[in-house]
Design a protein around this ligand. Sequence first.
Ligand SMILES: C[S@@+](CC[C@H](N)C(=O)[O-])C[C@H]1O[C@@H](n2cnc3c(N)ncnc32)[C@H](O)[C@@H]1O
Length: 291
Amino acid sequence: MASKPSKKAYLDLQNSYRAGQRIGYADIAQIQAYIFTRFPATYSVCLKIFEKYSASLQITSILDWGCGIGTASLALSHFFKNIEYFLIEQDIQAKTYATQFLKHFHPDNPVQTSTPKNVDLSVFSYSLGEVDTWQLVLDEIWPKTRYLLIIEPGTPAHFKRLLQMRDYMLAKEAHILGPCCHQKICPLKDNDWCHFSENVARSKEHRLLKNAERGFENEAYSYMLFAKEPKVSDFGRLVAQPRLHSGHIDLKICSKSGEIITPTIGRSASNYKQLKKNQWGDTVNIAPDPD
Ligand SMILES: C[S@@+](CC[C@H](N)C(=O)[O-])C[C@H]1O[C@@H](n2cnc3c(N)ncnc32)[C@H](O)[C@@H]1O
């Protein structure tokens, strides 16, 4: 795999992200810095999203657009076995890593480095937001795919862009599988944004590169999953971590009717036990009892 990562490469990578100049990697040292500092987070987020949706998707091929070292494909391979991989990546060295990782871990599965005529799932994992002409990319890919997943960092600025992508896809008659349980205007107000959080373990190298002491970090992310076919929606999605108190839980739900509701569920409610187990990002299928 990667050799010892360099702190300079990590700092250069970070600085170019912060300056908003990031498209790809300057050299192989930056790819290695990415593997140690960003890949654990983007991979964990991909795993979390696929874990949520894999049971309801039928997938035998993936287009991993802006694949980097193959993050989304590697994550998807945990849930689906016989997959054909199509990798699109402008950085030749990153694409070589992606191809070699997939061939190593899945020697029997075809790995292509071209855009397919048709594909089941197209994934843009932290990549579409790097492209100013993202509309053209969606114009090209949407007609070829059954499902389309866009993942972006969970910041207000990235979410604003994701909402523009959502509008663009709805105008193409796409159906949203998640996180929204509706196709209406996003009910979150200007100072709020729809995001989720994944706890990511930090390796020793990761901590050294970031001068970090904690053995984990929280990765905030936002996403949109679209399909050609509609689905019957759940009641709503938890858009914040439920707050457990003694005897009641406070929830924040984006509902099927396109509204944010903040019910308080008391111990006597019939769905209290079930709702107590639910986590930020889960769908809740039972309308909360009024307390
Ligand atoms: C932040 S990295 C994400 C990598 C990987 N998908 C992940 O989740 O870890 C964004 C990737 O998109 C690639 N990319 C950006 N613009 C691209 C373009 N126009 N065509 C192909 N790849 C592109 C970059 O080279 C980079 O590898």
